[in-house]
Ligand binder design. Sequence first.
Ligand SMILES: Cc1cc2nc3c(=O)[nH]c(=O)nc-3n(C[C@H](O)[C@H](O)[C@H](O)COP(=O)(O)OP(=O)(O)OC[C@H]3O[C@@H](n4cnc5c(N)ncnc54)[C@H](O)[C@@H]3O)c2cc1C
Length: 280
Amino acid sequence: MKAARFEYARAESLNHALDILDAERSRIKVMAGSQSLGPMLNLRLVRPESVIDISSLSMLRNVTKDGSTLCIGAGVTHAEIEDGVYELLRGHPWQSVAAAIAYRSIRNRGTVGGSIAHADPAADWVLAATAMNAVIEITSKLSTRRVPMTHFMQAAYTTVLEDQEIITAIHIPVMNDQVRWGYYKFCRKVGEFADASCAAYFDPTSRVANLVVGALDGAPKSLTTLAQIVAQKGWPATGRETITEHVSDNLASLDTLNQKMLVTVISRCLDRAFNTKGPA
Ligand SMILES: Cc1cc2nc3c(=O)[nH]c(=O)nc-3n(C[C@H](O)[C@H](O)[C@H](O)COP(=O)(O)OP(=O)(O)OC[C@H]3O[C@@H](n4cnc5c(N)ncnc54)[C@H](O)[C@@H]3O)c2cc1C
């Protein structure tokens, strides 16, 4: 199937894009890498009257540092992060997250902002950003607002974004030597979306302890109490039984197979965070 007819415009600047969005208001879609929008247009799951393409906006393709925060432009591609194109992200743990997204051809065009705006429950940036307490910068013609990732995604493919808004950046904390970061996902085939995923972020300096699981029915789920136990006891001292208890208490709606898969994914994520081989 081919996409239904739509008007196409390439934004020449962010203001140009925002002006068009403000004038059209509805039945208009922003296009970034088109790696999710393209298939949705072709399958006619979305039928916008017009599309505004923001992929050539260089101002959305940069990474800057502001004190203890890294600001990743929404138009930065998965491949640019994987390849360490931006100095501030060289050696950053998000490099390996990027490298495991889909296939290289998708990573070449797919963007961080597009992935977060699309809000697929199994998307890697949605999970990684939630675990890092990311803040999403959203701009419209009238204002810029900042929304914590934990409030940004409301359900599968549903966010707080309004029709006339564009995600302009994702703010994450600068890593320090004390931070423990782990990321693990289980995919049936290389290049496919995850069946179960987990991200761990422990920063003793700021006392943040996040253990977040993804690839669920909706937004990623934070296992807050389990994260605190791990922060206190460490891993593998926390033990797989404790994880099993917390998964069954917090994710009771999952069937036994998915609960078991998640327990394994969380254990392996913690192995990576604590650089250990945890209990089998
Ligand atoms: C076969 C396949 C496998 C994939 N596997 C994975 C995977 O394993 N892990 C993973 O995380 N992802 C995966 N993806 C998705 C991929 O990462 C996409 O790149 C990403 O989801 C969308 O980014 P994009 O820049 O292409 O956005 P687009 O496709 O252009 O846009 C997606 C949506 O976001 C909106 N949008 C885009 N940018 C903005 C913005 N700045 N502000 C506001 N709204 C915006 C669009 O209007 C649209 O609704 C896969 C995709 C395919 C086709």
